[in-house]
Design a protein around this ligand. Structure first.
Ligand code: ZN
Length: 580
């Protein structure tokens, strides 16, 4: 699918890259540029510069460079066309294109996706057949409607040994692929279905493809309440969040994301209109899950089960999230309830109240430290104060620091001076921004790079280059000069952000653009400077040629060739004297 370049450039013009990028990650200003922690490598201090003026971003560490489309494309792992469509939607340009995110025909592990697609049809069909009566009753009893069942694509595995496996074998899927997918398993009697008599909650990847199941027992006497699919090539638990593909839009809209433990919690929340919610499936919260969350919003509410395991999971998630700079809020539910139970028992309004009154991180920690502590016991009290001082020392926010200190004084009745004396002095730390690496450049390197720099922003310089065209020794830079000139010939203007759209599949050129724009030279130039650059490049080429002749002359045994080379050298000398 192709969208006309003029339309693409028009959309790019209506969008501000700084606005877009700041939706994904926090940006700090320095001068006229914005900086953020680069999402494309393991970055810790801001290395990515986002230029409002040029509408491009460049990472000084990993070299990632691009315009607004490239950023969205790489950040969200979507296609270029999808990224353009997204921007078109934001700025209100109508694009008559149809997107098919679910085109799995060219995907790696295509067979596994197909096996899940077919299994999903099978399970969904079962629940709507006469075999599904009991399962539906079970779900109705759990206060789910037919609409909920349909929306969450809930299915059913039957009381049957190998019906699905046989069906998939008939569709020509090999036993090897079936076993690899985790839909079938095998023993000495052969290959058979892994799921039986379970209500099937499909697990989707961020693009909406089914990649696994959470199978829930619903019949009396069935052991193992839940069975999750095993990890496969397409299902990695640490990269997975239940309902992510559905929650995405609402989470971005509300700029808030709620994390729960189980599919039933998420489904229940949806029934009361809360859609910005995902679930971990009870696994320990991982750094990849943090990254998925960070893409949606930095306002995170943890709402795990009210039991001890839920508390442990909450602490683990807090640890991971704070590592990536997210300070979550926390909801703790009473009486060991999970969100599903709580909402059924107490209703929508009470639950929404809980969300609104979620604990701040400090409040939550305070509550944890206060547990099982007797303030009248000096040892307990002293331990409590020590724990809190440790937490306060880690706070960056001055106001929160002051508020917490005052609260601690009030709670413990210990003299404020004493507490203050135990605190580290907070020095105002400015965020350290990674500076572009500056290598020492000789006259010739400088000439090539500066020439390209001004070509990227000035039509006049491109014209000068075209007039006095000279051979640029470095392959990548030569190619960049050629691309700039070609862009100008085609469009009659030069704009680095639009040039990036055209060369985006040419990694070397993109990288070269990143290097050149990072030079950040002064805006103004003189024609003399440009001519100097061009002359220096010529001089460099001639020196190279001279060297080449000299070497040939020295190594040649052929008299005639020697004479010819000597003549060339003389000619060369005369010419350079003339031009002096
Ligand atoms: Zn980077």
């Amino acid at each position: 699918m192709r969208i006309d370049n003029t339309v693409i450039n028009e959309i790019r013009n209506k969008i501000d890259i700084v606005d877009i990028v700041s939706n994904y990650l926090p940006l700090t200003t320095r001068g006229k540029n914005y900086f953020g922690v680069c999402p494309f490598h393991d970055d810790h201090s801001p290395s990515m510069s986002v230029s409002k003026e040029r509408q491009i971003y460049t990472c000084f560490t990993c070299g990632a460079t691009g315009n607004v489309f490239k950023f969205i494309q790489d950040y969200e792992h979507i296609s270029f066309v999808e990224a353009v469509k997204k921007c078109a939607d934001i700025c209100g340009v109508e694009l008559n294109i149809k997107l098919d995110n679910n085109d799995i025909s060219n995907k790696k592990n295509k067979e596994l996706y197909e096996i899940y697609e077919l299994s999903q049809k099978f399970y969904q069909n079962n629940i709507n057949s006469s075999y599904g009566k009991k399962a539906k009753e079970y779900l109705y009893n759990r206060k789910l409607t037919d609409e909920d069942i349909k929306y969450f694509e809930i299915g059913l595995s039957l009381d049957n040994y190998d019906m699905l496996t046989k069906l998939l074998q008939q569709k020509k899927y090999s036993d090897k692929d079936l076993l690899k997918s985790g839909i079938s398993t095998s023993n000495e009697n052969g290959i058979y279905d892994i799921y039986r008599n379970r209500i099937m909650f499909p697990l989707h990847d961020p693009f909406g493809n089914v990649i696994g199941y959470n199978g829930r027992a619903y019949l009396e006497g069935n052991t193992n309440k839940y069975v999750n699919s095993k990890e496969t090539e397409i299902f990695k638990k640490r990269d997975f969040l239940y309902n992510y593909h559905r929650a995405r839009a609402s989470a971005r809209d509300k700029d808030e994301i709620i994390i729960m433990e189980g599919p039933m919690d998420v489904i229940r929340a949806n029934t009361i209109g809360i859609k910005n919610v995902v679930a971990t499936l009870g696994t320990a919260f991982s750094s990849s899950q943090c990254n998925l969350i960070r893409r949606l919003s930095s306002n995170v509410i943890l709402c795990f089960d009210g039991d001890e395991a839920g508390l442990k999971a909450t602490k683990g998630a807090i640890e991971e999230l704070t590592k990536v700079g997210i300070t979550p809020k926390i909801v703790r539910l009473p009486d060991n309830q999970d969100p599903d139970d709580y909402i059924i028992k107490n209703g929508k309004d009470k639950f929404i109240d809980r969300l609104k009154n979620a604990y701040d991180l400090m409040e939550f920690k305070e509550i944890l430290y206060k547990q099982n502590i007797d303030f009248k016991n000096p040892n307990d009290l002293s331990n409590y104060i020590k724990s809190m001082i440790k937490e306060i020392n880690e706070l960056d926010d001055d106001i929160l620091r002051e508020v917490t200190i005052n609260k601690l004084v009030e709670d413990t009745k210990v003299d404020k001076e004493v507490i203050l004396s135990k605190l580290n002095k907070k020095e105002k730390t400015e965020v350290e921004i990674t500076k572009p690496k500056r290598k020492k450049r000789d006259k010739y390197e400088k000439s090539v790079e500066n020439l390209l720099y001004y070509m990227l922003y000035n039509v006049e310089v491109i014209k000068l280059y075209d007039e006095l065209i000279t051979h640029i020794p470095n392959d990548r830079y030569r190619s960049l000069a050629f691309q700039i000139s070609a862009f100008y010939k085609e469009h009659g203007y030069i704009e680095v952000a639009d040039l990036l759209t055209e060369v985006m599949n040419d990694e070397d050129t993109v990288k070269a653009i990143g290097e050149i724009t990072s030079l950040n030279l002064k805006n103004s130039y003189t024609v003399e400077e440009i001519e100097d650059y061009l002359n220096n490049i010529k001089e460099y080429n001639e020196n190279c040629r001279l060297e080449k002749y000299k070497n040939e002359l020295a190594s040649s045994d052929d008299v005639e060739q020697k004479i010819a080379l000597a003549n060339k050298l003389i000619e060369f000398k005369l010419r350079s004297e003339e031009s002096d």
